[in-house]
Design a protein around this ligand. Sequence first.
Ligand SMILES: Nc1ncnc2c1ncn2[C@@H]1O[C@H](COP(=O)(O)OP(=O)(O)OP(=O)(O)O)[C@@H](O)[C@H]1O
Ligand SMILES: [Mg+2]
Length: 288
Amino acid sequence: MDAGGLDAAAREALESAVKSALAGAEGVDEVHVALTADKQRRRMIAIGSGKGGVGKSTLAANLAVAMARRGRKVGLVDADIYGPSQQRLLKTEGQKPTASKEQLRPLQTESGVALLSMGNLVEQDRAIAWRGPMASGALGQLVDADWGETELLIVDLPPGTGDVQLTMIQKHKPDGAVIVSTPQDLALMDATRAMNLFNAADVPIVGFVENMAGYICPHCGEMSDPFGSGGAEAVANQIDVPFLGRIPLDIAIRLASDAGEPIASGDDVRGRAFDAIAGRLEAWLAAG
Ligand SMILES: Nc1ncnc2c1ncn2[C@@H]1O[C@H](COP(=O)(O)OP(=O)(O)OP(=O)(O)O)[C@@H](O)[C@H]1O
Ligand SMILES: [Mg+2]
């Protein structure tokens, strides 16, 4: 039973009910009642990269949606405090989260994912010019919010290795990290560096995702390879990290993101590409 969620009065009532039911039973002199909480552990997976603009937010939103479609209770933390984007990707612009007992309550999005993003807490287009400690404090409010039944928290990390990332990795300790990279050599070097950052904090790497791998022509549907592809998979194999999947560079993905309708909500080939990655994450979670 989840005794952790009981208030003092309910706890007392339950204890005295157990005591009076047992009182006077044969061989019972004294009754001690211990209520224990057996809460399901909430898992947290960070989506990181060594470089900006490679598709962390796109992957975070679509992975969250794909996991929700698989029946998971999923929450998404937009840890990009200075440049949030999930309010747009998950169509909650203009909505404000409420608070209960000094804790923020996530927004419920149309795609079934609970969301907290600075993009819903500050006025749009107003630059956030906070110093590191304030940004780290804001991150704490998002992570330690009233996530209720949420069993999986996906965290969309900002680019780089600033205060927010370090706080996220070191203080909030995700259970695992997914690293996104584009196929170019330089981006892959950055991805390896990002991986070292997680390794240094003992955060396990779930695996690599290659984004913008191959271009799907919007006119003829044919696939070409402007940046090459397969690089992330090769590097993953070299350094013995699982390869989770590949997402093509496809204008439909960007258009869906801009419209706040994550492509993973649909059943076409792109939705399936994200779902395949969700399946591998699910297997990783089940094994751990
Ligand atoms: N596979 C894809 N096909 C087409 N466009 C994509 C794809 N992945 C991402 N994009 C587009 O590329 C841009 C950058 O993606 P996104 O914002 O997800 O990157 P990011 O790594 O989160 O960036 P930042 O480091 O700034 O947070 C967005 O306009 C997004 O719609
Ligand atoms: Mg982003």
